[in-house]
Design a protein around this ligand. Structure first.
Ligand code: GTP
Ligand code: NA
Ligand code: MG
Length: 303
């Protein structure tokens, strides 16, 4: 695969921060500010990831947001060796300040080498002190541009939809300045499972993020110990799609079982190969569990 095969792809962004600092509300604000209300009968269902498209400096741009329960999923995915996110938005409530999970989140992002954009949220609240947040984070190595550093801070209110566009601009500027986001769309897809659940009517429903290649309906995939032929795919609006390019999250139907968040997926030549890979993994998991139990029993023998 040569350099010429690589094409630009949208940035994948995760929102992290201390409990109740407004991660979910901010993701809602970003999504709603870029979705035509009523177009799909309103947005009700929760999905694990979505992509927005919007006009920026006369260019059509896209960003993919992963709506994880914050750093926990981030940690779980990293523990499985998966790199999901290109950029982290660190949300800090301006009336509360830097808290333990703020520090944890920024440590995770820094350890993974992921650039951080700081969203100083809840600036509508009485007692909001955005300057204090800038001072606090400077001590953790996140020095605001206006102080001569290289971290972008944007004051926002998720509740009042204040400065959401500025935040998106900051994400794009960070992506363009610090990252070379490219992937080859012209090959079999690879990516990662973001979340999955068992649906009564539809069976295993997995939200996956395509990281390279293009995923197509009819492809055979294996994700962790789950395998199957992609029966149908849906975008963030619940609309059916036939193909998903790099950085695109889609809901996938047709898997034999539910993959875990952070499981990688790949396309195989046929269903038999997918099943064999899945079965091998399952057997390996079983053996590992058995070995662990044997070890425990043999240790107990010495008590
Ligand atoms: P966890 O997922 O539980 O960690 O919380 P979170 O970070 O997702 O916070 P969430 O979005 O649930 O917001 C927590 C509370 O803060 C909710 O009551 C929100 O309505 C409120 N909130 C979020 N953003 C703002 C804001 O900009 N201004 C004000 N005044 N309240 C906000
Ligand atoms: Na909350
Ligand atoms: Mg939340």
């Amino acid at each position: 695969e040569g350099d010429a095969d690589l094409e630009k792809r949208p940035a994948v962004v995760t929102v992290m921060g201390h409990v109740d600092h407004g991660k979910t509300r901010l993701l809602d604000a970003i999504r709603h500010s870029n979705v035509v209300e009523g177009e799909h009968g309103g947005i009700t269902q929760h999905i694990g990831a979505y992509q927005i498209g919007f006009d920026h400096d006369g260019r059509q741009r896209r960003i993919t947001f992963i709506d994880t329960p914050g750093h926990e999923a981030f940690t779980a995915m990293r523990a499985r060796g998966a790199k999901v996110t290109d950029i982290a938005i660190l949300v800090v409530a301006a009336d509360d300040g830097v808290m333990p999970q703020t520090v944890e989140a920024l440590n995770h992002a820094q350890a993974a080498g992921v650039p951080i954009v700081v969203a100083v949220n809840k600036i509508d609240k009485e007692g909001a002190n955005p300057d204090k947040i800038r001072g606090q984070l400077t001590e953790y190595g996140l020095v605001p541009e206006e102080y001569g550093g290289d971290t972008m801070f944007v004051d926002v209110s998720a509740r009042q939809n204040l400065n959401i566009d500025d935040l998106l601009s900051a994400v794009l500027l960070t992506a363009d300045a610090a990252l070379d986001l490219r992937a080859n769309p012209n090959k079999d897809a690879r990516g990662i499972a973001i979340e999955a659940n068992l649906d009564k009517g539809r069976g295993a429903v997995a939200t996956v993020l395509v990281q390279s290649g293009t995923l197509k309906v009819g492809d055979t995939i294996v994700a962790g110990i789950a395998h199957g032929r992609v029966r149908a795919m849906f975008d963030e609006n619940g609309d059916q799609v036939e193909a998903a390019a790099p950085s695109r999250p889609v809901q996938v139907l047709g898997l034999s079982t539910v993959p875990r968040a952070g499981d990688t997926f790949l396309v195989t030549d046929d269903e038999r190969t997918a099943r064999q890979i899945a079965e091998k993994r399952e057997a390996a998991d079983r053996n590992a569990a058995l070995a662990k139990r044997r070890k425990r029993i043999s240790l107990e023998d010495f008590d």
